[in-house]
Design a protein around this ligand. Structure first.
Ligand code: ATP
Ligand code: LTN
Length: 335
């Protein structure tokens, strides 16, 4: 008998367009691995509520992100694509997991510490963020979670909570593994190579967005910080900015870094950056063309995601029933 294909689950927040870090660290891998696994991808709108946000624009951003993911190559024939809040079981399981995660564990999350730093009023949502993410993953018997490096700690917590659930209530939840690639899992800011490229960076010049025009892409790459010297060489410790640009080049051109170093030997940063900008423009062009088509047909995108929610619910609802039985809530079954 054929072995069950591994189940992949991952999520992305509708907090704005997506950038080259999201694409190279996560989305591109989701797309390229679609044939290998049984895939579920989720637009996590409930997570987007954990920091102050504009409620009036959230639905539009959710739809836009759906179009971007489809344009990037998520194929509804091979993957389920849906919106988190459409499947109510995510919220229900979050509560259960919140009773198992400890205050100490959640307080130690780097993302919580960073995102709550300096705010006067810290909503409890950002504190419980990892239990919602754990619920996303555990509802679908997920084996593998493809993400960027920044999510590693949240997946560790998910594993710990699943193991705790199983030892308290009996074997119910599948303990997932992270899938973090050795290259591209942490693309850095174009303005400060000590920080990751991020949607929440106030400076748009720090990131390339997937819908940036060719002019914007060329300008951002031209202005991207470089290191002292003029050699195009990979050296994370001494040349973090150039190393980041080399990583981007290598992933987009599908060439080893050593070959790119050779190609630009003695040529300096200018030629390298010009070609890198051309490469980004060229690689994003087909995606942008598909995005324009999908944006013109929102009904199609909505249909795909509504159908995706139905397929997701068909997995999540019976799973939640098993969790309810294991934890003992509700009335006894009569036989
Ligand atoms: P923010 O930086 O504002 O917290 P984000 O850019 O991390 O937001 P998410 O929706 O939280 O966006 O992330 C979606 C996916 O992209 C996750 O798998 C995350 O690990 C990955 N990712 C985010 N930033 C990077 C980056 N700079 N390099 C590689 N992967 C990244
Ligand atoms: N926290 C993730 C987004 C996310 C996610 C998930 C990723 C929410 N739920 C489940 C993988 C699996 C982030 O990228 N910031």
């Amino acid at each position: 008998m054929a072995e069950r294909r591994k189940r992949v689950f991952s999520g992305i927040q509708p907090t704005g367009g997506i950038h080259l870090g999201n694409y190279l660290g996560a989305v591109r891998n989701w797309v390229s691995q679609q044939d290998l696994y049984d895939n579920i991808f989720c637009i996590v709108d409930l997570h987007a509520m954990t920091l102050p946000y504009d409620a009036k624009g959230l639905r539009a951003r959710t739809l836009e992100l759906g179009s971007i993911l489809l344009a990037a190559g998520i194929d509804p024939q091979r993957s389920i694509l849906f919106v988190q809040s459409d499947v109510r079981e995510h919220s229900e399981l979050t509560w259960v997991l919140a009773t198992l995660a400890t205050f100490g564990e959640l307080s130690r999350m780097t993302q919580f510490k960073e995102k709550s730093k300096g705010s006067e009023r810290v909503g409890a949502g950002i504190f419980f963020y990892p239990t919602l993410m754990a619920a996303d993953i555990l509802l679908y018997d997920t084996d593998l979670v493809p993400v960027g490096d920044d999510q590693k700690q949240h997946i560790e917590l998910t594993r710990d909570v699943a193991i705790r659930f199983n030892s308290t209530f009996g074997d119910t939840l599948v303990v997932p593994e992270p899938d973090i690639k050795p290259v591209g899992a942490r693309i850095m800011s174009l303005e400060d190579p000590s920080k990751k490229m991020s949607k929440s960076d106030p400076s748009p010049a720090s990131r390339i967005e997937l819908h940036d025009s060719p002019d914007e892409i060329r300008r951002k790459i031209r202005r991207a910080v470089t290191d002292s010297g003029s050699e195009v060489r990979y050296d994370e410790a001494n040349k973090p900015a150039v190393s980041n640009l080399l990583t981007i080049y290598s992933l987009l051109a599908d060439l080893p870094v050593s070959e790119i170093e050779q190609r630009y030997e003695g040529k300096g940063y200018g030629a390298f950056k010009g070609d890198l900008a051309d490469l980004i423009v060229e690689q994003l062009a087909p995606l942008q063309a598909r995005l324009a088509e999908l944006t013109a047909d929102p009904a199609q995108v909505m249909r795909i995601m509504t159908e995706g929610a139905g397929r997701a619910r068909a997995i999540a609802a019976p799973k939640m029933e098993r969790v309810r039985a294991a934890i003992g809530v509700g009335l006894p079954e009569i036989d």
